[in-house]
Design a protein around this ligand. Sequence first.
Ligand code: URP
Ligand code: ZN
Ligand code: ZN
Length: 461
Amino acid sequence: MNTILIRDGLLVESDRSWKSDLLIEGEKIVRIAPRIGLEEVPADTEVVEADGLCVMPGLIDAHTHYHLVSRGTVTADSFVEGSKLAAFGGVTTVIDFADHDKTRTLADSAKARIEAMSKGMAIDFALHQGVYGMHGGIEAELQDLVKLGVTTIKIFTTYKNVGYLIEIDGLRELFSACKRCNIMVSAHCEDDTLIEETNANHTGGHTPADHAVLRPAEAEYRAIKYLGTLAGEVGMPLYVVHLSSARGLDAVRELRGAGIQVLVETTPHYLLLDASRLAGPEGPLYVMTPPLRTEQDNRILQDALVAKEFQVVATDHCSFTREQKLASDDCRTIFPGIPGTEEMLPLIHTFAVASSRLSLSQLVRLLSTTPAKAFGLYPRKGSLQVGSDADIVLFDPECMWTLDASSIHSAAGYTPYEGFKVAGKAIMTYLRGRLVMGDDVYLGKPGEGKFLVAGTPSAYL
Ligand code: URP
Ligand code: ZN
Ligand code: ZN
Protein backbone atom coordinates (compact mmCIF):
# COMPACT_ATOMS: atom_id res chain seq x y z
CA MET A 1 0.00 0.00 0.00
CA ASN A 2 1.37 3.45 -0.87
CA THR A 3 2.18 5.73 2.03
CA ILE A 4 2.69 9.44 1.58
CA LEU A 5 3.79 11.84 4.30
CA ILE A 6 3.01 15.49 3.61
CA ARG A 7 5.18 17.52 5.95
CA ASP A 8 5.03 21.03 7.30
CA GLY A 9 2.14 22.31 5.23
CA LEU A 10 -0.56 24.71 6.31
CA LEU A 11 -3.60 22.46 6.60
CA VAL A 12 -6.77 24.33 5.70
CA GLU A 13 -10.12 23.09 6.89
CA SER A 14 -13.40 24.98 6.63
CA ASP A 15 -13.11 26.29 10.19
CA ARG A 16 -9.38 26.64 10.85
CA SER A 17 -5.90 26.39 9.38
CA TRP A 18 -2.84 25.13 11.19
CA LYS A 19 0.68 23.84 10.53
CA SER A 20 0.76 20.06 10.60
CA ASP A 21 1.94 16.85 9.01
CA LEU A 22 -0.52 14.56 7.27
CA LEU A 23 -0.15 10.87 6.48
CA ILE A 24 -1.88 9.06 3.64
CA GLU A 25 -2.14 5.30 3.44
CA GLY A 26 -3.71 3.84 0.33
CA GLU A 27 -6.76 5.96 -0.50
CA LYS A 28 -7.31 7.52 2.91
CA ILE A 29 -5.94 10.10 5.31
CA VAL A 30 -4.80 8.04 8.29
CA ARG A 31 -3.04 10.49 10.59
CA ILE A 32 -2.72 14.20 11.25
CA ALA A 33 -0.22 15.39 13.83
CA PRO A 34 2.11 18.37 14.42
CA ARG A 35 5.10 16.13 13.71
CA ILE A 36 5.14 12.64 12.22
CA GLY A 37 8.67 11.26 12.38
CA LEU A 38 10.21 9.20 9.60
CA GLU A 39 10.81 6.45 12.15
CA GLU A 40 7.02 6.19 12.61
CA VAL A 41 6.20 5.45 8.98
CA PRO A 42 7.13 2.58 6.63
CA ALA A 43 10.57 2.83 5.04
CA ASP A 44 9.19 3.26 1.53
CA THR A 45 7.02 6.23 2.49
CA GLU A 46 7.12 9.06 -0.01
CA VAL A 47 7.86 12.32 1.76
CA VAL A 48 6.45 15.53 0.32
CA GLU A 49 7.81 18.76 1.79
CA ALA A 50 4.94 21.26 1.89
CA ASP A 51 6.50 24.13 3.82
CA GLY A 52 5.06 27.36 2.36
CA LEU A 53 2.16 25.52 0.77
CA CYS A 54 -1.48 25.17 1.73
CA VAL A 55 -2.80 21.65 2.08
CA MET A 56 -6.49 21.71 1.20
CA PRO A 57 -9.17 19.09 0.74
CA GLY A 58 -9.73 18.45 -2.97
CA LEU A 59 -12.14 20.95 -4.40
CA ILE A 60 -15.60 20.02 -5.58
CA ASP A 61 -17.02 21.71 -8.63
CA ALA A 62 -20.69 21.11 -7.85
CA HIS A 63 -21.93 22.29 -11.25
CA THR A 64 -20.36 20.94 -14.44
CA HIS A 65 -21.56 19.88 -17.85
CA TYR A 66 -18.77 17.75 -19.28
CA HIS A 67 -19.64 16.06 -22.57
CA LEU A 68 -23.04 17.75 -22.76
CA VAL A 69 -24.93 16.74 -25.86
CA SER A 70 -27.37 19.53 -26.60
CA ARG A 71 -28.61 21.76 -29.40
CA GLY A 72 -27.26 19.40 -32.05
CA THR A 73 -23.70 19.52 -30.81
CA VAL A 74 -21.49 18.37 -27.95
CA THR A 75 -19.44 20.48 -25.58
CA ALA A 76 -15.68 20.74 -26.05
CA ASP A 77 -14.54 19.09 -22.83
CA SER A 78 -15.25 15.39 -22.72
CA PHE A 79 -15.01 13.43 -19.47
CA VAL A 80 -11.33 12.81 -20.24
CA GLU A 81 -10.56 16.47 -20.89
CA GLY A 82 -12.81 17.67 -18.07
CA SER A 83 -10.94 15.46 -15.60
CA LYS A 84 -7.62 16.81 -16.77
CA LEU A 85 -8.46 20.47 -16.51
CA ALA A 86 -10.12 19.81 -13.15
CA ALA A 87 -6.95 18.21 -11.77
CA PHE A 88 -4.97 21.28 -12.88
CA GLY A 89 -7.45 23.40 -10.95
CA GLY A 90 -7.22 21.34 -7.73
CA VAL A 91 -10.66 19.85 -8.31
CA THR A 92 -10.94 16.17 -7.40
CA THR A 93 -14.72 15.77 -7.56
CA VAL A 94 -17.27 17.17 -9.95
CA ILE A 95 -21.02 16.95 -9.66
CA ASP A 96 -22.29 16.71 -13.19
CA PHE A 97 -25.80 16.36 -14.61
CA ALA A 98 -27.75 13.52 -16.10
CA ASP A 99 -30.31 14.52 -18.69
CA HIS A 100 -33.85 13.33 -18.15
CA ASP A 101 -34.46 10.81 -20.89
CA LYS A 102 -38.24 10.68 -20.85
CA THR A 103 -38.25 7.22 -22.47
CA ARG A 104 -36.56 5.80 -19.35
CA THR A 105 -36.95 6.01 -15.60
CA LEU A 106 -34.96 8.62 -13.72
CA ALA A 107 -32.67 5.96 -12.27
CA ASP A 108 -32.06 4.54 -15.74
CA SER A 109 -31.27 8.03 -17.03
CA ALA A 110 -28.75 8.39 -14.20
CA LYS A 111 -27.30 4.92 -14.78
CA ALA A 112 -26.62 5.71 -18.43
CA ARG A 113 -24.72 8.84 -17.43
CA ILE A 114 -22.79 7.00 -14.70
CA GLU A 115 -21.78 4.31 -17.17
CA ALA A 116 -20.55 6.86 -19.71
CA MET A 117 -18.72 8.94 -17.11
CA SER A 118 -17.11 5.91 -15.47
CA LYS A 119 -15.24 5.15 -18.69
CA GLY A 120 -13.74 8.59 -19.14
CA MET A 121 -13.46 10.26 -15.76
CA ALA A 122 -10.10 10.33 -14.01
CA ILE A 123 -11.43 12.18 -10.97
CA ASP A 124 -14.43 11.27 -8.82
CA PHE A 125 -17.93 12.37 -9.67
CA ALA A 126 -21.47 12.48 -8.36
CA LEU A 127 -24.66 13.37 -10.19
CA HIS A 128 -27.61 15.69 -10.17
CA GLN A 129 -30.52 14.16 -12.05
CA GLY A 130 -32.46 16.43 -14.42
CA VAL A 131 -36.24 16.27 -14.18
CA TYR A 132 -37.80 17.88 -17.23
CA GLY A 133 -41.41 16.85 -16.64
CA MET A 134 -43.77 15.34 -14.14
CA HIS A 135 -45.57 12.07 -14.57
CA GLY A 136 -47.50 9.55 -12.49
CA GLY A 137 -45.39 7.23 -10.38
CA ILE A 138 -42.49 9.66 -10.12
CA GLU A 139 -42.11 9.13 -6.38
CA ALA A 140 -41.15 5.47 -6.88
CA GLU A 141 -38.60 6.63 -9.45
CA LEU A 142 -37.21 9.17 -7.02
CA GLN A 143 -36.86 6.45 -4.39
CA ASP A 144 -34.89 4.33 -6.87
CA LEU A 145 -32.71 7.33 -7.62
CA VAL A 146 -31.84 7.69 -3.94
CA LYS A 147 -31.01 3.97 -3.74
CA LEU A 148 -28.64 4.49 -6.65
CA GLY A 149 -26.89 7.32 -4.82
CA VAL A 150 -28.32 10.37 -6.57
CA THR A 151 -29.94 12.65 -4.02
CA THR A 152 -30.38 15.92 -5.95
CA ILE A 153 -32.62 16.70 -8.85
CA LYS A 154 -32.24 19.65 -11.17
CA ILE A 155 -35.16 21.53 -12.65
CA PHE A 156 -35.24 24.42 -15.11
CA THR A 157 -37.87 27.16 -15.18
CA THR A 158 -36.80 28.05 -18.73
CA TYR A 159 -35.31 26.55 -21.94
CA LYS A 160 -38.59 25.45 -23.50
CA ASN A 161 -36.75 25.28 -26.86
CA VAL A 162 -34.46 22.44 -25.73
CA GLY A 163 -37.06 20.55 -23.72
CA TYR A 164 -35.71 21.33 -20.23
CA LEU A 165 -38.53 23.60 -18.97
CA ILE A 166 -40.62 22.02 -16.24
CA GLU A 167 -44.28 23.01 -16.27
CA ILE A 168 -45.65 24.62 -13.14
CA ASP A 169 -48.52 22.12 -12.90
CA GLY A 170 -47.31 19.25 -10.79
CA LEU A 171 -44.40 21.13 -9.22
CA ARG A 172 -45.97 21.05 -5.75
CA GLU A 173 -46.39 17.29 -6.06
CA LEU A 174 -42.77 16.94 -7.25
CA PHE A 175 -41.45 19.06 -4.37
CA SER A 176 -43.51 17.09 -1.84
CA ALA A 177 -42.23 13.78 -3.22
CA CYS A 178 -38.64 15.08 -3.05
CA LYS A 179 -39.17 16.14 0.52
CA ARG A 180 -40.43 12.69 1.46
CA CYS A 181 -37.39 11.13 -0.26
CA ASN A 182 -34.90 13.62 1.25
CA ILE A 183 -33.96 14.79 -2.22
CA MET A 184 -32.55 18.27 -2.71
CA VAL A 185 -34.25 20.25 -5.47
CA SER A 186 -31.78 22.44 -7.34
CA ALA A 187 -33.08 24.92 -9.85
CA HIS A 188 -32.00 27.05 -12.77
CA CYS A 189 -34.15 30.08 -12.03
CA GLU A 190 -35.31 32.33 -14.87
CA ASP A 191 -39.02 33.01 -15.35
CA ASP A 192 -39.81 31.83 -18.86
CA THR A 193 -43.04 33.83 -19.16
CA LEU A 194 -41.20 37.10 -18.54
CA ILE A 195 -38.46 36.07 -20.96
CA GLU A 196 -41.07 35.32 -23.63
CA GLU A 197 -42.82 38.65 -23.01
CA THR A 198 -39.49 40.49 -23.17
CA ASN A 199 -38.69 38.78 -26.45
CA ALA A 200 -42.11 39.56 -27.89
CA ASN A 201 -41.71 43.27 -27.06
CA HIS A 202 -38.07 43.50 -28.17
CA THR A 203 -37.52 45.87 -31.05
CA GLY A 204 -33.73 45.61 -31.15
CA GLY A 205 -31.55 43.01 -32.76
CA HIS A 206 -30.16 39.71 -31.54
CA THR A 207 -26.51 40.46 -31.01
CA PRO A 208 -24.63 38.84 -28.10
CA ALA A 209 -25.25 42.05 -26.13
CA ASP A 210 -28.99 41.62 -26.64
CA HIS A 211 -28.76 38.31 -24.77
CA ALA A 212 -28.48 40.27 -21.52
CA VAL A 213 -31.46 42.46 -22.45
CA LEU A 214 -33.64 39.51 -23.45
CA ARG A 215 -33.05 37.58 -20.22
CA PRO A 216 -33.48 40.29 -17.57
CA ALA A 217 -32.46 39.92 -13.94
CA GLU A 218 -36.12 40.37 -13.04
CA ALA A 219 -36.75 36.93 -14.55
CA GLU A 220 -34.27 35.47 -12.07
CA TYR A 221 -35.98 37.31 -9.22
CA ARG A 222 -39.42 35.99 -10.16
CA ALA A 223 -38.37 32.36 -10.60
CA ILE A 224 -36.43 32.28 -7.32
CA LYS A 225 -39.35 33.87 -5.53
CA TYR A 226 -41.84 31.45 -7.03
CA LEU A 227 -39.85 28.27 -6.37
CA GLY A 228 -38.65 29.43 -2.96
CA THR A 229 -42.19 30.25 -1.87
CA LEU A 230 -43.33 26.83 -3.01
CA ALA A 231 -40.45 25.16 -1.15
CA GLY A 232 -41.44 27.15 1.94
CA GLU A 233 -45.05 26.01 1.66
CA VAL A 234 -43.96 22.40 1.31
CA GLY A 235 -41.48 22.89 4.18
CA MET A 236 -38.28 21.97 2.39
CA PRO A 237 -35.00 23.57 1.28
CA LEU A 238 -34.26 24.89 -2.21
CA TYR A 239 -30.83 25.06 -3.88
CA VAL A 240 -30.50 27.91 -6.39
CA VAL A 241 -27.82 27.25 -9.01
CA HIS A 242 -25.66 29.95 -10.58
CA LEU A 243 -27.18 33.06 -9.01
CA SER A 244 -26.29 35.87 -11.39
CA SER A 245 -27.83 39.14 -10.27
CA ALA A 246 -28.44 41.53 -7.41
CA ARG A 247 -32.16 41.26 -8.20
CA GLY A 248 -31.95 37.47 -7.79
CA LEU A 249 -30.24 38.07 -4.47
CA ASP A 250 -33.18 40.28 -3.43
CA ALA A 251 -35.46 37.26 -3.86
CA VAL A 252 -33.13 35.09 -1.76
CA ARG A 253 -33.08 37.70 0.98
CA GLU A 254 -36.86 37.99 0.98
CA LEU A 255 -37.29 34.22 1.17
CA ARG A 256 -34.76 33.89 3.96
CA GLY A 257 -36.50 36.74 5.76
CA ALA A 258 -39.63 34.59 5.66
CA GLY A 259 -37.73 31.70 7.24
CA ILE A 260 -37.28 29.64 4.07
CA GLN A 261 -34.07 27.64 3.72
CA VAL A 262 -32.39 28.67 0.47
CA LEU A 263 -28.92 27.45 -0.43
CA VAL A 264 -27.26 29.60 -3.04
CA GLU A 265 -24.51 28.85 -5.50
CA THR A 266 -22.81 31.52 -7.56
CA THR A 267 -20.02 31.27 -10.09
CA PRO A 268 -16.76 33.11 -10.75
CA HIS A 269 -18.18 34.65 -13.93
CA TYR A 270 -21.11 36.32 -12.16
CA LEU A 271 -18.68 37.70 -9.60
CA LEU A 272 -16.02 38.91 -12.00
CA LEU A 273 -17.33 39.45 -15.52
CA ASP A 274 -19.98 41.88 -16.73
CA ALA A 275 -22.14 42.32 -19.81
CA SER A 276 -19.71 44.74 -21.47
CA ARG A 277 -17.86 41.56 -22.55
CA LEU A 278 -20.73 40.79 -24.90
CA ALA A 279 -19.82 43.71 -27.18
CA GLY A 280 -17.56 43.26 -30.19
CA PRO A 281 -16.58 40.30 -32.35
CA GLU A 282 -15.60 38.13 -29.35
CA GLY A 283 -18.97 38.71 -27.66
CA PRO A 284 -20.24 35.17 -28.39
CA LEU A 285 -17.42 33.76 -26.23
CA TYR A 286 -19.15 35.27 -23.20
CA VAL A 287 -22.68 34.07 -23.85
CA MET A 288 -24.09 31.85 -21.15
CA THR A 289 -27.44 31.60 -19.43
CA PRO A 290 -28.35 33.46 -17.28
CA PRO A 291 -26.39 36.24 -19.00
CA LEU A 292 -23.62 38.36 -17.56
CA ARG A 293 -25.02 41.37 -15.70
CA THR A 294 -23.67 44.80 -14.74
CA GLU A 295 -20.52 45.77 -12.86
CA GLN A 296 -22.77 46.81 -10.02
CA ASP A 297 -24.22 43.29 -9.91
CA ASN A 298 -20.64 41.95 -9.71
CA ARG A 299 -19.91 44.17 -6.73
CA ILE A 300 -23.14 43.33 -4.92
CA LEU A 301 -22.55 39.60 -5.41
CA GLN A 302 -18.93 39.93 -4.21
CA ASP A 303 -20.14 41.67 -1.06
CA ALA A 304 -22.76 38.96 -0.56
CA LEU A 305 -20.07 36.30 -0.90
CA VAL A 306 -18.02 38.01 1.77
CA ALA A 307 -21.12 38.36 3.96
CA LYS A 308 -21.63 34.56 3.73
CA GLU A 309 -24.89 34.86 1.83
CA PHE A 310 -23.70 32.21 -0.65
CA GLN A 311 -22.99 28.66 0.40
CA VAL A 312 -21.25 27.34 -2.71
CA VAL A 313 -19.10 28.64 -5.54
CA ALA A 314 -19.19 26.32 -8.56
CA THR A 315 -18.56 26.99 -12.21
CA ASP A 316 -21.33 25.77 -14.54
CA HIS A 317 -18.45 24.62 -16.74
CA CYS A 318 -20.07 24.13 -20.13
CA SER A 319 -17.35 24.71 -22.70
CA PHE A 320 -17.55 25.12 -26.42
CA THR A 321 -14.60 25.75 -28.71
CA ARG A 322 -13.99 29.22 -30.08
CA GLU A 323 -15.16 27.88 -33.43
CA GLN A 324 -18.41 26.58 -31.96
CA LYS A 325 -19.02 29.82 -30.08
CA LEU A 326 -18.16 32.10 -32.99
CA ALA A 327 -20.17 30.10 -35.52
CA SER A 328 -23.09 32.43 -34.79
CA ASP A 329 -23.38 36.01 -33.67
CA ASP A 330 -27.12 35.69 -33.05
CA CYS A 331 -27.78 35.30 -29.35
CA ARG A 332 -30.65 32.90 -30.07
CA THR A 333 -28.31 30.36 -31.63
CA ILE A 334 -24.92 30.90 -29.97
CA PHE A 335 -24.20 27.81 -27.88
CA PRO A 336 -24.58 28.98 -24.25
CA GLY A 337 -21.91 28.21 -21.71
CA ILE A 338 -18.26 28.84 -20.87
CA PRO A 339 -15.37 26.89 -19.32
CA GLY A 340 -14.39 27.55 -15.70
CA THR A 341 -13.49 24.57 -13.51
CA GLU A 342 -9.75 25.09 -13.83
CA GLU A 343 -9.88 28.83 -13.24
CA MET A 344 -12.11 28.67 -10.14
CA LEU A 345 -9.45 28.26 -7.44
CA PRO A 346 -6.99 30.94 -8.60
CA LEU A 347 -9.83 33.37 -9.31
CA ILE A 348 -11.57 33.01 -5.97
CA HIS A 349 -8.25 33.01 -4.15
CA THR A 350 -7.12 36.17 -5.90
CA PHE A 351 -10.31 38.14 -5.69
CA ALA A 352 -11.37 37.09 -2.22
CA VAL A 353 -8.48 35.68 -0.17
CA ALA A 354 -5.43 37.54 -1.52
CA SER A 355 -7.42 40.76 -1.16
CA SER A 356 -8.15 39.79 2.48
CA ARG A 357 -11.90 39.74 2.03
CA LEU A 358 -12.16 36.01 2.77
CA SER A 359 -9.99 33.62 4.72
CA LEU A 360 -8.50 30.45 3.28
CA SER A 361 -10.93 28.51 5.45
CA GLN A 362 -13.86 30.35 3.93
CA LEU A 363 -12.54 29.49 0.48
CA VAL A 364 -12.35 25.81 1.44
CA ARG A 365 -15.87 26.02 2.84
CA LEU A 366 -17.28 27.46 -0.40
CA LEU A 367 -15.33 25.30 -2.83
CA SER A 368 -15.15 22.00 -0.98
CA THR A 369 -16.76 21.46 2.42
CA THR A 370 -20.20 22.95 1.88
CA PRO A 371 -20.75 21.34 -1.53
CA ALA A 372 -19.72 18.02 0.04
CA LYS A 373 -22.23 18.51 2.84
CA ALA A 374 -24.99 19.94 0.66
CA PHE A 375 -24.84 16.98 -1.69
CA GLY A 376 -24.32 14.14 0.77
CA LEU A 377 -20.61 13.49 0.16
CA TYR A 378 -19.25 14.63 3.54
CA PRO A 379 -16.99 13.65 5.33
CA ARG A 380 -15.68 11.28 2.67
CA LYS A 381 -15.09 14.41 0.57
CA GLY A 382 -14.68 18.06 1.54
CA SER A 383 -12.50 17.53 4.59
CA LEU A 384 -9.03 16.74 5.89
CA GLN A 385 -10.02 14.23 8.54
CA VAL A 386 -8.66 10.88 9.46
CA GLY A 387 -10.81 8.48 7.43
CA SER A 388 -11.61 10.97 4.64
CA ASP A 389 -10.54 10.19 1.10
CA ALA A 390 -7.01 11.45 0.53
CA ASP A 391 -8.14 14.03 -2.03
CA ILE A 392 -5.60 16.73 -1.41
CA VAL A 393 -4.45 19.86 -3.15
CA LEU A 394 -1.08 21.39 -2.46
CA PHE A 395 -1.66 25.03 -3.24
CA ASP A 396 0.98 27.71 -3.60
CA PRO A 397 -0.73 30.96 -2.56
CA GLU A 398 2.25 33.07 -3.67
CA CYS A 399 2.46 31.84 -7.25
CA MET A 400 1.66 34.78 -9.54
CA TRP A 401 0.56 33.91 -13.04
CA THR A 402 -1.69 35.01 -15.85
CA LEU A 403 -4.72 33.14 -17.07
CA ASP A 404 -4.60 32.77 -20.82
CA ALA A 405 -5.42 30.24 -23.48
CA SER A 406 -1.95 28.71 -23.28
CA SER A 407 -1.91 28.34 -19.48
CA ILE A 408 -5.17 26.44 -19.08
CA HIS A 409 -6.18 23.04 -20.37
CA SER A 410 -9.77 23.24 -21.61
CA ALA A 411 -10.37 21.99 -25.14
CA ALA A 412 -12.37 25.21 -25.57
CA GLY A 413 -9.08 26.81 -26.61
CA TYR A 414 -9.88 30.03 -24.78
CA THR A 415 -10.52 31.25 -21.28
CA PRO A 416 -13.14 33.92 -20.52
CA TYR A 417 -10.60 35.25 -18.00
CA GLU A 418 -7.89 35.90 -20.61
CA GLY A 419 -5.25 38.24 -19.19
CA PHE A 420 -6.43 38.03 -15.55
CA LYS A 421 -3.40 38.20 -13.27
CA VAL A 422 -3.95 35.74 -10.46
CA ALA A 423 -2.26 34.76 -7.23
CA GLY A 424 -2.21 31.11 -6.29
CA LYS A 425 -1.91 27.84 -8.12
CA ALA A 426 -2.58 24.15 -7.44
CA ILE A 427 0.79 22.49 -7.79
CA MET A 428 -0.10 18.95 -6.76
CA THR A 429 -3.47 17.28 -6.81
CA TYR A 430 -4.04 13.88 -5.20
CA LEU A 431 -7.11 11.80 -5.80
CA ARG A 432 -7.61 9.11 -3.18
CA GLY A 433 -3.88 9.04 -2.47
CA ARG A 434 -2.79 8.99 -6.09
CA LEU A 435 -1.07 11.97 -7.69
CA VAL A 436 -3.18 13.06 -10.66
CA MET A 437 -1.37 16.34 -11.31
CA GLY A 438 2.07 17.41 -10.16
CA ASP A 439 4.30 20.27 -11.27
CA ASP A 440 2.27 20.90 -14.41
CA VAL A 441 2.27 17.25 -15.45
CA TYR A 442 -1.03 15.42 -15.74
CA LEU A 443 -1.06 11.86 -14.42
CA GLY A 444 -4.79 11.10 -14.33
CA LYS A 445 -6.06 7.91 -15.91
CA PRO A 446 -9.43 7.75 -17.65
CA GLY A 447 -11.62 5.23 -15.87
CA GLU A 448 -10.06 5.75 -12.45
CA GLY A 449 -12.68 8.29 -11.36
CA LYS A 450 -15.37 6.69 -9.23
CA PHE A 451 -19.07 7.41 -9.07
CA LEU A 452 -19.82 8.64 -5.56
CA VAL A 453 -22.94 7.31 -3.94
CA ALA A 454 -24.40 10.44 -2.34
CA GLY A 455 -26.08 10.30 1.04
CA THR A 456 -28.67 12.62 2.49
CA PRO A 457 -28.12 16.31 1.70
CA SER A 458 -27.20 18.21 4.86
CA ALA A 459 -30.27 20.44 4.65
CA TYR A 460 -32.36 17.39 5.57
CA LEU A 461 -30.16 16.25 8.46
O1 URP B 1 -25.35 28.64 -20.45
C1 URP B 1 -25.29 27.72 -19.66
N1 URP B 1 -25.27 27.97 -18.39
N2 URP B 1 -25.25 26.46 -20.11
C2 URP B 1 -25.29 25.32 -19.30
C3 URP B 1 -26.67 24.88 -18.95
C4 URP B 1 -27.22 25.65 -17.76
O2 URP B 1 -28.12 26.43 -17.92
O3 URP B 1 -26.75 25.47 -16.65
ZN1 ZN C 1 -28.40 26.67 -15.71
ZN1 ZN D 1 -25.48 24.44 -15.71
